[in-house]
Design a binder for this molecule. Structure first.
Ligand code: RET
Length: 237
């Protein structure tokens, strides 16, 4: 039976503490706002809180099982808890961006539906021990490109109708999202779920770092400018 190493455990605890601190700060920022002005704070809080729970489970050595993949020599841990986290948090991140842009309900449903498809098929890829996993990887990657296209075509069009400061914030966050999210499939290919070029420790460490940027870093950038949030507030917040 394999056991996560102490280096892996240390990184997972960094993830837990980082996400929990992020969630705590976001909820404190929400408490300083008037009711009806906390839409983005609320969504962003749940993103960090859900990740904190997933990381806590992994830190407690839960949320994984050993798997021997075709083409690899050793059993490696498969952290399914990661996909549970992503299943809930990636739609919320897209919702934050779509609300900021003032996107149509139709565009929001597209984004969230596609995102759920990307994470589910990505999970199928991760959980499959044979080379069939590469077919699922391809399906998931295809949906990912589709999401970027909806964001950068449809949602950007909506953002262009917004006041200049909201549009600028949308562009900043959309670029951050496109760049940081693109690292996930690359890391997946290099890591134990793909080719196994990098080991479990650097893989877990890299995921912790990009998860913190994608959730807590993104959240801070979004919530840091009250003028932007007020200008972007949905009619019935
Ligand atoms: C997988 C593997 C299959 C192909 C693709 C993937 C993309 C994952 C993404 C995850 C984003 C996660 C975020 C988490 C927040 O902290 C499933 C790795 C395309 C884009 C933003």
């Amino acid at each position: 039976m394999i056991e996560p190493s102490s280096a892996v455990q240390m990184w997972l605890w960094i993830g837990t503490i980082g996400m929990a601190l992020g969630a705590a700060v976001f909820v404190l920022m929400a408490a300083r706002e008037r009711p009806g002005h906390r839409w983005f704070h609320t969504i962003t809080f749940f993103i960090a809180a859900i990740a904190a729970v997933a990381y806590l489970g992994m830190s407690l050595k839960q949320g994984w099982f050993p798997i021997l993949r075709e083409g690899q020599e050793m059993y490696e841990p498969f952290y399914w808890a990661r996909y549970v986290d992503w299943f809930f948090t990636t739609p919320l991140l897209l919702l934050d961006l779509a609300l900021l842009a003032g996107a149509s309900m139709e565009a929001i449903v597209w984004l969230i539906g596609l995102d759920i498809g990307m994470i589910l098929t990505g999970f199928f890829a991760g959980v499959t021990s044979t080379d069939v996993r590469w077919i699922w990887f391809g399906v998931s990657a295809f949906i990912f490109v589709w999401i970027l296209w909806v964001l950068l075509a449809e949602v950007l069009k909506a953002a262009k109708q917004r006041p200049p400061e909201v549009r600028a914030k949308f562009q900043q966050l959309a670029i951050l999202l496109a760049v940081v999210w693109s690292i996930y499939p690359i890391l997946w290919i290099l890591g134990t779920e793909g080719l196994g070029v990098i080991g479990t420790t650097p893989e877990v460490a890299s995921f912790v770092i990009i998860d913190l940027i994608a959730k807590v870093g993104f959240g801070f950038l979004l919530l840091s400018n009250r003028k932007v949030l007020d200008a972007a507030r949905p009619a019935k917040a």
